[in-house]
Design a protein around this ligand. Structure first.
Ligand SMILES: NC(=O)N[C@H]1NC(=O)NC1=O
Ligand SMILES: [Zn+2]
Ligand SMILES: [Zn+2]
Length: 514
């Protein structure tokens, strides 16, 4: 074993291998994932800490970050392994040289489709994609599973379904629908069962078992949510009137053109919904416990940012998410019949996209989530290429990091910006900030190691989603994940023979256990 260590060091010194060196020592117990030690160190010149990106040794013990120790001085920077040993006294050291070491990503917007629709996706395939993509926690949306997550028993069922399935940690949002909106003891029970907060739709969701709420429901439930101190996530689109289709009618428009789909979901539908939510917040005078906020899901319309910003400036508890697909794909570029690009709200024109990027760069957009919403390929009706019939949802979970970094890098941002959008804020949103979302002592050792200068593998072969149909295939996106750690378990290592660890190392993240 010692000889192997020397050999690895020699090869590295000679510049023959770039892989991080793993110094193996026998351990009494074995850890889940590739790394068997319970106490070890990750070292790099680019560790993203709450105080900036520095050369540091991250000491990990029993799944938590025991310490983050800065490495100062040229000499120690040249030999990180040695510096890490001097700082920690530990010999189990993963030296990642100049790769970025940051907190794992928290994707608060994932449709896992389990239980009940595992032919669409499923916890095992989704969390495998997350692990490969550097996402260490996923939070499941309450719809697209069958049953939907709208009662105490169904929250318990969802959490029960994670057993033996999840490769990264997973939380659940409870579904807030007309049936339970007035039943505060049910909502309270769902939180006590582990839900991290609630999600509603303001427009038909595409899933009949998950009806949308109206203004009356929203106003009635706000006092409860405020007193509970939990977030309220909303799909914010409003139909112009109750009898309008809100979906592509396909009458005169050519259903093979994305423009036809786009025309049925104008920006005003987002803006009207956002205005309604702001009004509801303004009118409600109940004191809010920390943790409450309205979080606008997947903002596509940059024009709505003025209202959101004004509401924030008034001190209203509101925040906003966008998705990598709105940042990477513009309506004009969607090929005819390419329904893998269909989502709601729809991809909007390029000029709008550039404005969304401005808001990402200046911090007005608080978080990014994938809104991974896959379906079986036949539901995309690709042969006909019919946007009116196709399932609305983009499959992109595995590409959250490169799908964000590519644009950040082009605009001169550093990895700290990615961390804020994908780890710091999402942890706060879900109430996980004392457990996850930063590299600091005491928090879970949820870590992603990635190469900002290398292209991610966007080939179908590397894709872990159940179905391979995604608009990201073959896209040149920088940000290649080298390793992913969930509570200290190395669930993915690009340098390993089988990069994705076969073990199931994830755990449910429950509100009462935070
Ligand atoms: N039901 C569902 O997943 N809907 C999602 N898909 C999409 O494109 N937007 C959504 O809200
Ligand atoms: Zn939505
Ligand atoms: Zn969604």
């Amino acid at each position: 074993m010692f000889a192997a260590k020397i050999l690895v060091e020699r090869l590295q010194d000679a510049g023959l291998i770039e892989v991080p060196q793993w110094v193996p020592f026998l351990a009494a117990r074995t850890n889940c994932g590739h790394v068997k030690e319970f106490e070890y160190v990750i070292v790099s010149q680019n560790v993203v800490t709450p105080d900036g990106t520095i050369s540091a040794a991250v000491q990990i013990k029993d799944g938590r970050i025991a310490a983050v120790k800065a490495i100062n001085g040229e000499a120690s920077r040249a030999n990180l392994t040695h510096a890490a040993f001097l700082l920690t006294g530990l010999t189990s050291i993963l030296d990642y040289n100049d790769l970025v070491v940051g907190p794992g990503l928290i994707d608060t917007h994932v449709h896992m489709n389990q239980p009940g629709r595992t032919s669409w996706e499923g916890m095992e395939t989704a969390t495998s994609a997350a692990a490969v993509g550097g996402i260490t926690t996923v939070i499941d949306m309450p719809l697209n599973s069958d049953p939907t997550t709208t009662t105490v028993a169904l929250v318990e069922k969802k959490i029960g379904a994670t057993r033996g399935e999840i490769k990264v940690d997973m939380g659940v949002w409870g579904g807030l629908v007309p049936e339970n909106a007035g039943d505060h003891s049910m909502l309270r029970g769902m939180l006590d069962a582990g839900a991290l907060g609630f999600k509603s739709f303001m427009i038909p969701s595409g899933i009949d078992d998950f009806p949308s709420v109206n203004e009356t429901h929203i106003k009635a439930v706000l006092p409860f949510l405020k007193s509970a101190g939990v977030p309220y996530y909303l799909h914010a689109e409003l139909k112009p009137s109750d009898d309008s289709p809100g979906e592509c009618s396909g009458d005169e428009a050519d259903p093979r053109m994305h423009a036809s789909w786009l025309a049925t979901r104008p920006p005003s539908m987002e803006n009207n919904a956002i205005k309604l939510l702001i009004r509801a917040l303004e009118e409600n005078k109940t004191e809010a416990r920390p943790g409450f906020r309205i979080h606008i899901a997947h903002l596509a319309d940059a024009g709505s940012m003025a209202d959101i910003q004004a509401a924030k400036e008034k001190g209203l508890p509101i925040s906003v998410e966008t998705c990598p697909h709105y940042l990477n794909f513009a309506a004009e570029d969607v090929p005819e019949g390419a329904t893998e690009y269909k989502c709601a709200p729809p991809l909007r024109p390029r000029a709008n996209q550039e404005r969304l990027w401005e808001f990402v760069m200046d911090g007005r957009i608080d978080s990014i989530g994938t809104d991974h919403s896959p379906s079986p390929p036949d539901m995309k009706h690709l042969e006909e290429g019919d946007f009116s019939k196709a399932w609305g949802g983009i499959s992109g979970l595995q590409y959250g990091l490169p799908g964000t970094w590519e644009g950040l890098r082009k605009r001169g941002a550093g990895p700290e910006v990615l961390t804020k959008l994908w780890s710091t804020f999402p942890a706060q949103l879900a109430g996980l900030q004392h457990k996850k979302g930063a590299l600091k002592a005491g928090l879970d050792a949820d870590i992603v190691v990635w190469d900002p200068e290398a292209l991610a593998d966007t080939s179908e072969e590397a894709l872990q989603h159940r179905h391979k149909l995604t608009p990201y295939t073959g896209l040149p996106l920088h940000g290649r994940v080298a390793a992913t750690f969930v509570r200290g378990h190395q669930v993915f290592s690009a340098a390993a023979k089988k990069p994705l660890a076969p073990q199931v190392c994830g755990k449910p993240v429950l509100r009462h256990k935070l």
